[in-house]
Design a protein around this ligand. Structure first.
Ligand code: ARG
Length: 298
């Protein structure tokens, strides 16, 4: 459901979020093996000056520690082979938007990547996942949509926070709402280092999220303020350079946090979260960290 009038004032937005149907957490982690990961083009500001700079052995160690962290929390991880044709395919958040359809069946919306350097990843990944039996839905339009990089689920609700401005086109959200049956609230991103919503908004539970005001236009920030009674701002340096908001809290208890973000760690611990720091320096050279290295499948 996409109802522009629901976003126009705080009370309507609160009701739109609160009355969204419940949604069971997605528990199945999808990752792409990083064997072919490297910075080979520049499509976001973090990649500038980084061509060829990835230490692939170190990247493999960082990626493996993330995989182990999910497994030890009890989340099964499926790994798909990468491809030398697609150095960014390791960012598995982007190619697909998994959801549960009206009949309760797991399904995938196929992304349409904004950057030509990544467009072939979608068909490659969809083909690799065919044996798992998900039904797959391409967008009718050819507008850009970058999967769960810009579609961030509200914990416990069938509602998507939809980022747009740099990669996903705002108009894609209406179609996503139609296909998935989920409610969608669009958010306009304005900071070029925070070009995906998943580097700007990190929900913890239905009432709590970490975020950074400078990533959003005034109206979008007001939507977040209205929807999350506990909206906690992290410092600019940790949000923009430290990828602090690209951590992931998969169980409302544990926060997998990119290392080197002491203030975010402190804030998370003060909420009672168990914080596990994971280094992601190599992937940050490409503009991504923990959240974008995986997708969650129902
Ligand atoms: N180099 C990749 C790109 O610019 C990084 C993607 C990070 N993904 C994310 N969901 N934030 O497309």
């Amino acid at each position: 459901m996409y109802t522009a009038s629901a976003f126009s004032d705080p009370a309507s937005l609160q009701a739109f979020v609160r009355d969204a149907p419940p949604r069971a957490p997605f528990r199945h982690v999808l990752m792409v093996d990083p064997a072919h990961f490297q910075v080979r083009h520049v499509i976001n500001p973090h990649m500038e000056g980084m061509i060829g700079a990835v230490d692939q052995e170190r990247a493999y160690d960082e990626w493996s520690a993330i995989k182990r962290a999910y497994e030890s929390l009890g989340f099964p991880v499926t790994v798909v082979e990468g491809s030398d044709d697609w150095p960014d395919i390791v960012f598995a958040a982007n190619q697909l938007l998994p959801y549960v359809d009206a009949d309760g069946k797991p399904a995938l919306v196929l992304s349409h990547m904004a950057k030509v350097e990544r467009q072939g990843e979608v068909a490659y990944l969809a083909e690799s996942l065919r044996p798992l039996g998900y039904s797959m839905h391409p967008l009718r339009t050819v507008l850009p949509l970058e999967g769960t990089g810009d579609a961030v689920w509200h914990p416990g609700r069938n509602l998507i926070w939809g980022g747009h401005g740099f990669r996903t086109d705002e108009s894609s959200w209406e179609e996503v709402a139609e296909i998935t049956g989920a409610r969608v609230v669009p958010l306009s991103l304005i900071h070029e280092h925070m070009y995906h919503l998943d580097v700007a908004l990190m929900p913890i539970d239905g009432n709590t999220a970490f975020s950074y005001r400078g990533a959003f236009d005034v109206e979008s920030w007001a939507r977040l303020v209205a929807a999350f009674p506990r909206l906690i701002e992290v410092p600019a340096s940790e949000a923009v350079e430290g990828f602090a908001l690209n951590g992931h809290c998969p169980d409302e208890k544990t926060l997998l946090l990119p290392s080197g973000n002491p203030e975010t760690r402190r804030l998370a611990e003060s909420l009672g979260l168990d914080v596990q720091e994971l280094p992601t320096r190599e992937f940050q050279k490409s503009g991504g960290s923990i959240f974008c290295l995986k997708n969650m499948l129902p």
